[in-house]
Design a protein around this ligand. Structure first.
Ligand SMILES: Cc1ncc(C[n+]2csc(CCOP(=O)(O)OP(=O)(O)O)c2C)c(N)n1
Ligand SMILES: [Mg+2]
Length: 671
């Protein structure tokens, strides 16, 4: 690579890009860890994008109509931090660059959206960013249709590497974006041909350009170090009505002795290598030193957005007060005031006209009420709309022809759906929920974990939540999933027992702004257990006394969802034999854990025998079964110990011993 030729051809550009490269070298050297090669390779693309195209205002990182810049190749975090520092984001002073990857710094190893306002999405798990970006671009289309292009009209720019494109989730994302004709989505592919183990060709010979083209994308291939070519490609991408992919041929760790090798991927910390590289760059400044003229040019790029932002503000202020308040409420992820009253009325009606329904159906009934008062909800399913019951009657389908549609056919792409929902939630202004069979949370897991890590209020409608789905058999019957989901921090896992609890769970999920919720819903009908109307949302306490012991209390049976009915029947058996038994419904363990100790002890006093029943594995119940201190209760569990089987649901409950009789026997064996 003839670095001198690059320098000579575009000397002004070169110095701006070199600032990214040298800040990266210095920060990685100081941290003695990190990834130098990607920022060194993609610095030219970043410079042209920020200088000529990106709509942003460092003084207002959360300006609603900013362009979204997504670093899908998260290990290249120093590229982002460098640019944020250079353009004048106050949250990234030079101190933060010097403290890259250290305790308490905002410049984490990979970009964390929780740490910096300017980080649009947490990346690091390869493939997530590009899949999130599809959600960002969908959100932009929807909101442009809703509020008009004077209020919402921006691009979503992505940098993705070989790793992102090798990950399966990228295929789901690319296919969905192409079909949806997301014209304001532009992906820069860092086509450097290198990953950790060596050349990409040791594991992949895909023609990425053809691959994107096959899914309906506009594609270009350019020299990623030529600023004129980069600029022209961006112009062409903007002009095309399809999503665009620009394959940028780059040299990883450009200009260093590690260039074009796997060594260049990681931390380049050798003092001589760094000195030689800076010499090749013609960079004669000390560590972390940015010459004033270069810094001034970057700051000028940062200042450019202030005007666009001010003009946008004027247009926004000209909206009716109602529109403005709705926009701001939705961007703050606040539920409308009307929601609670609607839910209360729904609950009353559900008690008055009590009937056995599947909780997936109850969920649809709730959505029919909710979606009318919350116009920011965006529904969807991974090709199981009729099974997940996710589409309420008033929802039109989102498509290239109908950007006002609020329902997305994500296709059979659970992971892509979950990642897109993260993007929609992160964009702001919309509240996504989406469904699949609960067993396939495994397929969505990578993105579900990030919903939790990023505190995004995505709602996962996971139906067919146990062996109760019956004949489809063990592949489709979740067994370990409830425990896995409950083990995930920052996640509410709701398993409602009937229509009333389902409505309460939805109310909480839609009133929550800082974490995802999973609704575990049954395929089979559930008998109503909440037979008396209570305006209070009992699910909010996570667990509560559903039936009190008639006789002196000797046992407590805990259950969730479809097994609450079994717990109530077991209580009948035991009470008939003079064994006083309380039933505790546990729709949300996380919320119960958040109650004060006095309440928890009131619901689960130490004395009586405790038995939990759930058509899943025991693991997540231990905390409730074993008590917290003092005398340990005698405890037992009725549930699954292995995978399910293919048969009618009633047979399965019988054969796996999840019955009222078995629960009553378990209690008696412990007394
Ligand atoms: C899902 C996932 N798997 C594995 C990794 C570990 N990892 C980090 S970077 C990388 C290689 C990425 O290659 P590429 O995208 O080409 O980046 P480059 O080496 O060009 O910087 C791998 C395997 C990861 N971060 N995420
Ligand atoms: Mg690579």
């Amino acid at each position: 690579m003839d670095i001198a030729a690059l320098r000579d051809k575009h000397p002004e550009h070169w110095r701006k890009a070199a600032a990214i490269r040298t800040l990266t070298l210095d920060a990685v050297a100081a941290a003695n860890s990190g990834h130098s090669g990607m920022p060194m390779g993609m610095a030219d693309v970043a410079t042209v994008l920020f200088e000529k195209h990106l709509k942003f205002d460092p003084k207002a990182p959360k300006w609603a109509d900013r362009d979204r810049f997504i670093l899908s190749v998260g290990h290249g975090s120093m590229l982002l931090y460098s640019v944020l520092h250079l353009t004048g984001y106050e949250e990234v002073p030079l101190e933060e660059i010097k403290n890259f990857r250290q305790w308490g710094s905002k410049t984490a190893g990979h970009p964390e959206s929780e740490y910096l306002d300017a980080v649009e999405t947490t990346t690091g798990p390869l493939g997530q960013g590009i899949a999130n970006s599809v959600g960002f671009a969908i959100a932009e289309e929807m909101l442009r249709a809703k509020y008009g292009s004077k209020i919402v009209d921006h691009y979503t720019w992505v940098m993705a590497g070989d790793g992102c494109l090798m990950e399966g989730v990228s295929q789901e994302a690319i296919a969905l974006a192409g079909m949806q004709k997301l014209s304001k989505l532009v992906v820069f592919f860092d086509d450097n041909g290198i990953t950790i183990d060596g050349k990409v060709s040791i594991a992949d010979i895909t023609d990425q350009v053809k691959r994107f083209e096959a899914s309906g994308w506009h594609v270009q291939s350019i020299d990623g170090h030529d600023p004129e070519a980069i600029d022209a490609a961006i112009e062409a991408a903007k002009a095309d009505p399809r999503p665009s992919m620009i394959a940028c041929k780059t040299h990883i760790a450009l200009g260093s002795s590690a260039q074009d090798t796997a060594k260049g991927h990681g931390a380049l910390t050798d003092a001589k290598l760094i000195a030689d590289t800076k010499a090749a760059y013609g960079w004669e400044h000390g560590p972390f030193e940015i010459p004033a003229d270069v810094k001034a040019q970057w700051e000028a790029m940062g200042a450019r957005g202030a005007k666009a932002h001010a003009e946008w503000r004027e247009r926004f202020d000209a909206l009716s007060e109602r529109k403005r308040m709705e926009f701001e409420r939705a961007f703050a992820a606040e539920a409308p005031k009307a929601l609670s009253a609607k839910i209360r009325a729904f609950k009353k009606e559900a008690v008055e006209n009590a009937k056995a329904v599947a909780s997936r159906k109850s969920s649809e009934m709730v959505l029919n009420v909710v979606n009318g008062v919350m116009t920011e909800t965006v529904g969807g399913s991974a090709d199981l709309t009729g099974s997940n019951n996710t589409r309420s009657g008033d929802m039109e389908v989102f498509s290239p022809e109908n950007r006002s549609g609020r329902y997305i056919h994500y296709g059979i792409r659970e992971h892509g759906m979950a990642a897109a929902m993260n993007g929609i939630a992160l964009h702001g202004g919309l509240r996504p929920y989406g469904g699949t069979f609960m067993a396939f949370t495994d397929y969505a897991r990578g993105a579900m974990r990030l919903s939790a890590l990023m505190h995004q209020p995505v709602v996962y409608v996971m139906t067919h939540d146990s062996i109760g789905l019956g004949e489809d058999g063990p592949t489709h019957q979740p067994v370990e999933h409830l425990s896995m989901l409950r083990a995930t921090p920052n996640t509410y896992v709701f398993r409602p027992a009937d229509t009333v609890e389902t409505a309460e769970a939805w109310e909480i999920a839609l009133s929550t702004s800082d974490r995802p919720s999973v609704l575990a819903l049954s395929r089979q009908n559930l008998a109503p257990v909440r037979n008396e109307h209570k305006t209070k949302n009992l699910t909010e306490q996570g667990a509560y006394v559903l039936r009190e012991a008639g006789e002196k209390r000797r046992a407590i049976i805990m259950a969730s969802g479809s097994e609450v009915e079994i717990a109530v029947k077991a209580r009948d058996i035991l009470e008939a034999e003079g064994i006083g038994t309380r039933v505790v419904s546990v729709p949300c363990m996380e919320l119960f854990a958040a109650q004060d100790e006095a309440y928890r002890k009131r619901v689960l006093p130490a004395g009586p025998v405790r038995v939990a029943v759930e058509a899943g594995v025991r693991q997540s119940w231990d905390r409730l079964l074993l008590g917290e201190r003092g005398r340990e209760p005698k405890a037992g569990f009725v549930g699954m110990e292995g995978f399910g089987a293919s048969a009618p649901a009633e047979t399965l409950y019988e054969k796996f011993g999840i019955t009222a009789e078995a629960v009553a026997e378990k209690v008696k064996s412990l007394l």
